[in-house]
Design a protein around this ligand. Structure first.
Ligand code: FAD
Ligand code: DHB
Length: 392
């Protein structure tokens, strides 16, 4: 049986960044990823990186292309009642900002570094079970190249996303879960057209939420609130552009540029937290431990902050022999996780239209948005959360 210090299940952003950070501290690890490389590199997801995420990528030498191609953003725009309000991040947060750089690109950069100089990263290695969480020698059972294999580990970290298997290694009753499912989804759209704005636009409208984001100076990323269970086939290109036009409409001058749509997909919205994020020698990180609705752009950044805390704890263990930081891992992360859960819930429920929503509920949303526009304190609260709180 092969052996490693840290067995990492899942080669998404959490697993790949953890492997990089462990490599830098001289802690040995192996990453097992069920999909093939091309699939992992093409999976369209998040697009906004906080300062703490960018700093970690820089420290681990994975930010070279991000420095060249990433777009630095100093604010976002909120729209409601046909008016717009810009939220300026640096002036409200003491200088913080965010980067627009797609998750697909972060994953590509981390994979190529890992393959060039890193610990083993196995694609098409599907983990079936993790066993022995409560012992000193947990094991990972996985399928690779048609054969069943076992990897013995000092610790196993589940970075295998919401539908992964590692969470199941923790006995029933040892954890508590918290969950909320939202009565709407997002239609995500990728279009080969330069963005119609310099900064992201988050729009509240009586027709539902819309978000204008981007992937580069030539590719726009757009989202529309749609009903749960929507089939993307119900949304031909013309209908998408007309609906975006209606939801972003302003009294002032503004024009949404149209272009060829290259992909559409529907994303359900959920909040989920499992506590604690560790049991015995099995630890959970990223979406395996918690999910947020995407409105606050927190999912990828939370995954990164978990593994930054965890890599520090493993380095501390190696240097000093003390498991103190590892023992504090779950509590340290959960404070930040719950802040992000609240912020994502707040952004989601302030900007979306619940199908059951009354006029009273809508007036409350408008009052909240008016407050953000009128009060630097309310705007600073949004900016502080959006740009990300310090890690650890
Ligand atoms: P994941 O990215 O899910 O990675 C988990 C990895 O584990 C995957 O590569 C998977 O193939 C692998 N895996 C799973 N099971 C096994 C197994 N049994 N054996 C081996 N490997 C396994 N966040 C935002 O901020 N903005 C967005 O617009 C946004 N859009 C999203 C759209 C979708 C469809 C989803 C699912 C998430 C989205 N998110 C978004 C959230 C963000 O992308 C995630 O928070 C982020 O990917 C979390 O990273 P992770 O590494 O924890 O999990
Ligand atoms: C993107 C996704 C988000 O959920 C968000 O809040 C901002 C940007 C994006 O995919 O670009």
């Amino acid at each position: 049986m092969d052996h490693t210090t840290v067995g990492i299940v899942g080669g998404g952003p959490a697993g790949l960044l953890l492997a990089r950070l462990l490599h830098d501290s001289g802690v040995d690890c192996t990453v097992l990823e069920s999909r093939d490389r091309a699939y992992v590199e093409r999976r369209q997801r998040a697009g906004i990186l906080e300062q703490g995420t960018v700093d970690a990528l820089r420290r681990s030498g994975a930010a070279e292309r991000l420095e060249r191609e990433g777009l630095v953003h100093d604010g976002i725009e909120l729209r409601w009642n046909r008016r717009a309000q810009r939220i300026d991040f640096p002036s409200l947060t003491g200088g913080r900002r965010v980067w627009v750089y797609a998750q697909t690109e972060v994953v590509k950069d981390l994979i190529s570094l890992q393959i060039a100089h890193g610990a083993p990263l196995l694609f098409e290695a599907r983990v079936e079970t993790v066993a022995g969480a409560g012992t000193d020698r947990p094991v990972i059972h996985y399928l690779h190249e048609g054969r069943r294999r076992t990897l013995g580990c000092d610790y196993v970290v589940g970075c295998d996303g919401f539908h992964g298997v590692t969470r199941r290694a923790i006995p029933d009753g040892a954890t508590r879960t918290f969950e909320r499912v939202y009565p709407y989804s997002w239609l995500g759209v990728l279009a080969d057209v330069p963005p119609s704005c310099d900064e992201l636009i988050y729009a509240h409208s009586p027709r539902g939420f819309a978000l204008h984001s981007m992937r580069s100076t030539t590719v726009s990323r757009l989202y529309l609130q749609v009903s749960n269970g929507t089939d993307p086939a119900e949304w031909p290109d013309g209908r998408i552009w007309d609906e975006l036009d209606a939801r972003f409409a302003l009294d002032g001058d503004w024009r949404l540029e149209r272009g060829p749509i290259t992909s559409t997909s529907v994303l359900p919205m959920r909040s989920f937290v499992t506590e604690p994020m560790r049991w015995g020698r099995v630890l959970l990180a990223g979406d395996a431990a918690h999910i947020v609705p995407p409105t606050g752009a927190k999912g990828l950044n939370l995954a990164a902050s978990d593994v930054i805390v965890l890599a520090r704890a493993f380095a501390h263990l190696k240097e000093t022999g003390s498991a103190e930081l590892l023992d504090a891992y779950s509590d340290t992360c959960l404070r930040r996780v719950w802040r992000a859960e609240h912020f994502s819930y707040f952004m989601t429920t302030t900007l979306h239209t619940d199908p059951e929503q009354s006029d009273f509920d809508t007036r409350l949303q408008i009052s909240q948005l008016d407050r953000i526009a009128a009060s630097p304190h309310a705007a600073a609260e949004l900016a502080d959360n959006y740009t990300g709180l310090p890690i650890g």
